[in-house]
Design a protein around this ligand. Sequence first.
Ligand code: DC
Length: 226
Amino acid sequence: MKTNEASTSVPVITLDGPGGSGKGTVGRRLARELGWHFLDSGALYRLVALAAQRRGVALDDTDALASLARDLPVVFEPGEADEGRILFDGADVGDAIRTEEWGERASRVAMVPEVRSALLARQREFCRPPGLVADGRDMGSVVFPGAVLKIFLTASPHERALRRYNQLKEKGLSANLATLSDEIARRDTRDAVRAVAPLRPAPDAHVLDTTGVAIAEVVARIRGLL
Ligand code: DC
């Protein structure tokens, strides 16, 4: 078993991939089954964008963004059976930051190298015994290069848009499938072409196409690779 660099003994499974590829749902379930911790790294980027809006910081003010990223007033409260809560300035913003609008802003702040390095230590703090499932874009390539298992999830653009649509509707948020599809495609392109930590499978990642595959089956396939 390989160990990761942030900690020499705690196993990490990384789940990277584009929006709507199922990373969050699969990752949470996998973490629950294994009794491991879960890192939703996308939420951190969404929260930097939220903090910028609340504190009146422009999305091109890199120094101020990095300082917000270093001192994010956030607490992740894991849930037993649900997604848990994300407390920002003491209030639960878990559902509010899920919209594509916040995804778009997160994708923009994620292009700033100073923000990425400010969040590095914070993400590695999630690596605690007995193990960690980490969901994001650069978990296997940058944050946890020594992970025991690296997965890159994909799915057809139509299915990814449909999954996002259903997720938003379940949370009672408004969504339009065609618009969502365009927005996700635009965001994926930005995430994939950026200079720092672009969305790309790590060389040693297993690429799993989840189009038409049930969540339980994806989780079982990943466990089969452990
Ligand atoms: O996974 P998500 O949709 O919540 O992520 C929102 C944005 O944050 C995504 O479009 C790009 C950025 N992100 C990133 O650059 N690196 C990560 N590890 C996670 C997210």
